[in-house]
Design a protein around this ligand. Structure first.
Ligand code: GTQ
Length: 361
């Protein structure tokens, strides 16, 4: 084809695109490679939120708005690769929530599933389904889809936790509903610890038990205290070989099914021994980390690029590893990391992929 013909055809194509745009038609061939990539090409980027940088902003938020006025006083951890979307990955939302002594965050419920991972301070509570759980650093708490939940702080110190929700996933599906409880706080029907006794002791109530009501797809156990999870990790670390990629890693369990604690979000706790130099891996589910103890490094590479992002992390720092980015974790000190991802969705849809890579540095 000569040059004139090529130019004619190019011009004809542009005319076609312009002419059919009002008919809401666009040419697939111009975007096919981006629509059906050879491998995941997330617009999200690795990002780190140092606690000593974020904490003063939280304190200032505490001065300019009350928890009740804000409903939830949260600073969103927004992925800089997708600004304006209030998302940390394409499917997940994360934020740091502050509740000051004497404050309450009023009761409401929504389709979006939430997790809390306590970062600073003890003595606030989350109430879910008529029962409170007192929050301590490292506690993992869920508020399943469409369950009323409210928070309060009856202690004398500020309490901060990480919120993780499937907000972008519910937005993708346009399936969001929400409503306020008629009062600021839901009535408390059971004393604290009843939920743990019913579902957290490797026992399950018999069908006639009042707490045996249907609990949907989420775990009927709603709080996993850090003291217990940490003790389990410590025991495994001593008694079981350290995984060369992940150290000693456990996942939070739905005791009723053995599956994930929430249908859309999986969560983990892992220990990296002092001096641990983890091998690299990648996986389709992007991961959000909250550092509980210790100092270390996450070394992250974008797919197809050799340039590395190195995050030096310490206690209460947060970072995100987007989909299919190669990651390697190191523990300069013995470190404990909490993490969550949308892995249950990938697995339910048979889309999950993970690759353990060689140790080439
Ligand atoms: O606790 O209900 O960080 O609805 C964002 C949205 C927390 C909550 C967030 C929410 C909540």
């Amino acid at each position: 084809m000569n040059e004139a013909t090529t130019n004619d055809r190019r011009a004809a194509r542009e005319r076609l695109y312009a002419d059919m745009r009002p008919a809401n038609l666009t040419p697939l061939w111009e975007s096919l490679h981006a629509l059906v990539p050879k491998s995941p090409a997330s617009p999200c980027v690795p990002a780190l939120w140092r606690y000593d940088e974020a904490r003063p902003f939280l304190a200032r938020a505490g001065e300019v708005i009350s928890a009740e006025e804000a409903v939830r006083r949260v600073l969103i951890l927004e992925n800089p690769g997708i600004p304006g979307q209030s998302a940390i990955t394409q499917s997940l939302y994360a934020g740091l929530q502050l509740i000051l002594p004497g404050e309450i965050a009023p009761s409401h419920r929504h389709v979006q599933t939430a997790l809390r991972f306590v970062v600073e301070g003890s003595g606030a509570f989350t109430a879910v389904n008529g029962e409170r759980t007192t929050m301590h650093p490292g506690d993992f708490i869920i508020t399943p889809s469409w369950t009323f939940h409210d928070h309060g702080n009856e202690a004398d110190v500020p309490v901060v936790w990480l919120d993780g929700l499937d907000i972008p996933t519910v937005r993708l599906l346009d399936a969001g509903f929400a409503e306020d409880f008629p009062a600021k706080q839901q009535p408390i029907e059971r004393s604290e610890g009843t939920n743990l006794a019913r579902f957290g002791e490797n026992l399950a109530p018999m069908p006639g038990d009042a707490g045996a009501r249907p609990h949907g797809a989420a775990s009927p156990l709603f709080a996993w205290p850090y003291a217990r999870s940490r003790a389990a990790l410590e025991r495994l670390r001593r008694e079981s070989p350290i995984d060369p990629w992940q150290g000693t890693k456990m996942r939070y369990l739905n005791p009723a099914t053995g599956g994930w604690p929430m249908p859309t979000i999986g969560a983990y706790l892992q220990l990296l021994p002092a001096g641990f130099e983890g091998r690299p891996w990648r996986q389709t589910d992007g991961i959000v980390y909250s550092v509980v103890e210790g100092r270390g490094r996450a070394t992250i590479e974008r797919p197809g690029q050799s340039e590395r992002t190195v995050f030096e992390f310490g206690p209460r720092d947060h970072f995100v590893v987007p989909s299919w980015h190669t990651c390697r974790l190191s523990g300069d000190e013995e470190s404990v990391l909490f993490s969550f991802s949308d892995r249950p969705i990938h697995e339910a849809l048979a889309m999950h992929r993970e690759e353990k890579l060689d140790d080439a540095r």
